[in-house]
Design a protein around this ligand. Structure first.
Ligand SMILES: Nc1ncnc2c1ncn2[C@@H]1O[C@H](COP(=O)(O)OP(=O)(O)OP(=O)(O)O)[C@@H](O)[C@H]1O
Length: 245
C-alpha cells in the first residue's frame, strides 16, 4: 500500500527552486531515505508532506490525506523530527513528553511508561528532570527523537536523526528504526550522510536540485557498487570531485 506520494511538487523561494517537480512513491513498511546534497530540497519536501508549508504546485498525500487541505489531519497520523528544532529551553524532557502526549491525546500512564522506555533506550534517564537549556546538543536530540515516536505513529519523518549522537546511541537509534519498520510502520529519513542511508534504508531516493534523480535499494547493490558511487554519478559532483581524487 502506498503510504506517501508526491506528484510533480514545486516550491520556489524567489528564484531558488527548492522543489522542481519532485515525484515520489513510498510504500507502507519502508524505511525510505531521502539522500541529497546540501540544499537539494529534502527538508522542503518533508515540510510540504507534514503540512508545515504549502507547495506552489503539484500534489502530495500522506496515508491518503492531502497535507495542504488537511494539515492537522496529517499531523494526527505522523511523527516529525525536524532538522533545526530543539525542545523548549525552559522545560525538562519529562515536561516536553507530557506536552507531546497531551497534544497527541495519550493517557498519562502511557506517557510515563514511554518516557521511561525512551530514557532507558537512549541513556538519558538522569537528565529527564534537567532544563533543556542545560542539556548538551546530543541530549536535546535524544529528547526530540523520543518526542517524534512517543505516540507510535504509523508514519514518521525524521531529518538527520543521528546528528550530534555518540556512536553507541546512533547504533541504538538505528536498531530501533529497523524494528519500527519491521512492525509495519513507515519511516522517511532525510540525510546527506551516504553511510547512514546505505546502512539503514530499505530504499534510497537521491534528490538533487529539487528532483528525484535516482532510486537505489542498498541491499541490492553488487559487490563493486556503492551508494556513494550512485550519489556522485547522480548529483553531478563535477570536476571539483575529480580534482580531489
Ligand atoms: N524559507 C526559505 N527561504 C528561502 N530559501 C529557502 C527557504 N527554505 C529553503 N530555501 C532554499 O531552498 C533550497 C532547498 O533547501 P532545503 O532546506 O530543502 O535543502 P536540504 O536538502 O534539506 O539541505 P540540507 O541538507 O543542507 O539541510 C536551498 O537552496 C535553500 O536555501
Amino acid at each position: 500500500m502506498t503510504a506517501i506520494r508526491t506528484d510533480d511538487l514545486r516550491k520556489s523561494y524567489g528564484d531558488v527552486a527548492a522543489l522542481a517537480g519532485l515525484s515520489l512513491s513510498i510504500d507502507s513498511g519502508e524505511l525510505y531515505g531521502l539522500l541529497g546534497p546540501n540544499g537539494a530540497g529534502k527538508t522542503t519536501a518533508m515540510e510540504v508532506l507534514t503540512g508545515q508549508i504549502v507547495a506552489d504546485s503539484g500534489s502530495a498525500t500522506v496515508l491518503g490525506v492531502d497535507p495542504e487541505i488537511d494539515p492537522l489531519g496529517v499531523r494526527e497520523r505522523v511523527g516529525i523530527l525536524p532538522e533545526k528544532e530543539s525542545p523548549p529551553s525552559f522545560s525538562t524532557p519529562r515536561e516536553y513528553f507530557q506536552f507531546v502526549g497531551a497534544v497527541r491525546g495519550m493517557a498519562d500512564d502511557a506517557v510515563d511508561a514511554r518516557t521511561e522506555t525512551w530514557a532507558d533506550r537512549l541513556s538519558f534517564t538522569e537528565k529527564l528532570d534537567t532544563l533543556s537549556t542545560d542539556l548538551s546538543r546530543g541530549q536535546q536530540q535524544k529528547t526530540m527523537i523520543a518526542g517524534a515516536f512517543l505516540h507510535e505513529p504509523e508514519v514518521v519523518f525524521i531529518d538527520e536523526p543521528l546528528a550530534n549522537l555518540d556512536p553507541i546511541v546512533q547504533e541504538r537509534v538505528k536498531r530501533f528504526l529497523r524494528r519500527y519498520r519491521e512492525a509495519g510502520n513507515t519511516v522517511v529519513v532525510s540525510t546527506h550522510n551516504v553511510e547512514v542511508a546505505a546502512e539503514l534504508c530499505s530504499r534510497v531516493g537521491i534528490v538533487n536540485a529539487g528532483e528525484l534523480v535516482a532510486e537505489v535499494e542498498p541491499a541490492e547493490l553488487g559487490a563493486d557498487e556503492t551508494l556513494l558511487d550512485a550519489f556522485v554519478e547522480n548529483v553531478d559532483a563535477g570536476e571539483e570531485w575529480e580534482r580531489d581524487e
